[in-house]
Design a protein around this ligand. Sequence first.
Ligand code: GZL
Length: 628
Amino acid sequence: MRVPSKKGFIWLLIYSLIGLVVVMLVASLLHLKAVKDEPDFLIGISQPNLNEPRQLLMNNEIRKEAEKHKNVKLIFTDAAENSEKQVHDVQKLMKYGIDLLIISLNDSEKLTPIVTEVYKEIPVIVLGRGVTGYDYSLFIGSDNLSIGKKSGKLAADLLGGAPADIVEIKGAVSSRSVEETSRGFRDYLSNSPSIKADKVIVGDWQRDRAEDELSRILPSSPGVKLVFAHSDAMALGAYRAIDALGLHDVQIIGIDGLDTLNGGFDLVKQGVLSGTVTSPTGGRESIQYALDILNREKVIPKKIILGSHLITQKNAREVEAASDPGQMTSRMDVNTRKTKLGVAVVGSESSWRAANTESIKNAAGQDLNIDLIMQNAEGSQDKQIEIIRNFIKQKVDVIAFTPIVETGWDNVLAEAKAAGIPVILTDRKVKVEDDSLWTTFIGSDFVEEGRRAARWVVEHKPVAGETKIVELQGTAGSAPAIERRQGFDEVLSQNAGFRVIASEIGDFTTESGQQLMSKVLQQGTVPQVVFAHNDDMALGAIKAIEQAGLKPGKDVVVISVDATKLAFQAMLAGKLNMSVECNPLLGPQIIKAAKELATGKEIPVNIITAESIFSQETAKRDVSTRKY
Ligand code: GZL
C-alpha cells in the first residue's frame, strides 16, 4: 500500500477533524431538539395536611401518574391543617419556580386569595375542595350533593324504616363542600320521617377527633342506631368509640371508599363499616390534565366532577373484581374495531346549535376509530326518543345526545342502560329519578352564565333609578332556559334597583326574539335592559327595537348568551352590549369520552367547559380569535 505523502497525510487529518466536528454538531443539535421537545415541568402540590388517608392516597396517585413522564418533577408541601402555613407553602413553591400548582385547600375562603394571585402567573388545578369564584385553570372534585344523597339512601336502606336517631360527623364547619354533602344527605332522609338526624358533631376530618367527640355524646344518646361520617377516617374513629362503649347495634357509614389498608373499602369488607360512598381523590386526573395544560392541548375543561359509587358489604367483592385491571374485560378491543357512536342532535335552532353539530361531525371525521351515526330530531323530543331507540336496536357502543328538554327521558334511558349502552349528555342535562341512567355530562354551567349576565347588568347599571329589565327565555323546560334564569335571578335578588318587568318564553330562535320584543314594546313599556337567553333571540329583539324607532345598544341595552360570530357583528355595530360565552365546540371532548367509555374506562361524571364574557369594548380585539 502506497504511504501517503506528508501533504496527503495533513489533508486526511483535516478532513477527519471536519468530519468529527460535523458529527458532534449533529449529535448536540439532536440532543438539544430532544431536550427542547420535552421541556421539564416542575409541578408543585400543596396539601392541606398529610394525616388524612385521602390526602396521602392523592399524593401516591399523583406520584404514580407522574412517573410515566420523565420530564415531570414534583414538589410536595404539607400545611399540617394550617391555612396560614398553606399560604406560605404556596409562596415557597412559587419561589422554586414551579410551572403549575396543584392545590387541595385547607380552607376555601382563606386560600382563595393566594390561588387568585398564583393564577395570574401560572396554571392552577384545584383538587377536591373548591375555591370561591373562577380564578383557577381547572377544578377536579366530586358531586358532594350526589354523594350526600347516596349516603342518605344507604342510611335509610340500612335502617329499614325503623325509628332511629343518626349522628352526623362533619369534616369541618362552614365548608361549602361539607354543607352540600349534608344537604344531599338530609334531602334524601326527608322521605323517611322515622329517622332523626339532629345530632351533629365536627371531626375536622381526623379519626381521633371523631372518636373523642362521639365518645362524649353517645352515652347520653340511646336512640342512636347509625353514624354517618363525612370521611372513612372519621368513620374508623366512630367505630373505635362505639367499640369502646360496647355498643353493638350502631351501624357506621362513611365517604371516600379508599382501597387502602383501613380505607373505607377495606373497612366495609372487614364488616367495620356497613357501607361507604366512593369519592375519588382526582390525583391521577390532576397530572393528566396538568400535562394537557402545560403542553397547551386545545380543549381544557373548567371543571371535572368525578363519579361516586356505593360500596356495601353485599357488593364490595364484585366492585373489587370489576375495578381490578386484570379482571377488567374491556368492552371492546379498540385496536380491532371502530367505536360506533350514535348522536341524536336537536336540529336547526340557532347558530350556536349549528356550530355544536358541526363540531361533533368534525371531531368524529378526524378520528379513524369513530363510526359516527348522526340523526336529526328536528326539535322534537318524541323524535329524539325514537332515534335513541333505533341506536339501541343497532347496538351502538355509545349514545350521545342533547336533551331538548329536561324531563321525559327515564324510560328510553333505562332501555339504553338495560342494553349496556353508556349515554353521554351533551350540552343539556336531564332530570331523571335515577342518575345512573346516564354516564357523563359534557357542557356548560348555565347557572353561572345567568349569574355572569346579571353581574354585568349590575356593574353597568344604565340608569340611576330602578332598572327595568325584559327577559327573553329559551325553550320552555330546557336546562339552559331554566338555569340561566335561575342564575340571573339569584344575582339580581342580591342587588336593589333592578326589576324584571316581563319574562317571556321563546325558543332560542331569532323569530321568537323579535316577536316577543315587539309584543312587549307594543304594550308601551320600554325597558332599560333586555336579557336574551341566546344571541339569536337577542338579534330578533334588536330588529324589534329598531322597528319601534329606538336604538338597540343605546336606548335599550341588549345582552345575551353564546358569544357567536353573529353576536360579535352586532357588538361591533353597537347594537349588542355584551354576550356571555357558551362554548358549542364540544366535539373533541365528546369523541374522547365516547372512545374511553367504549373501552369500559370510567370517566368523570361532569365535564364543564371553560367560558368568559365578551363586551362591545373588547369585541374588536377578540372577534378574530372566535371559532364559531
Ligand atoms: C346552550 C344551548 C342553547 C344555546 C342556544 O348550551 O343548549 O341552545 O344557548 C341553543 O343558542 O339553541
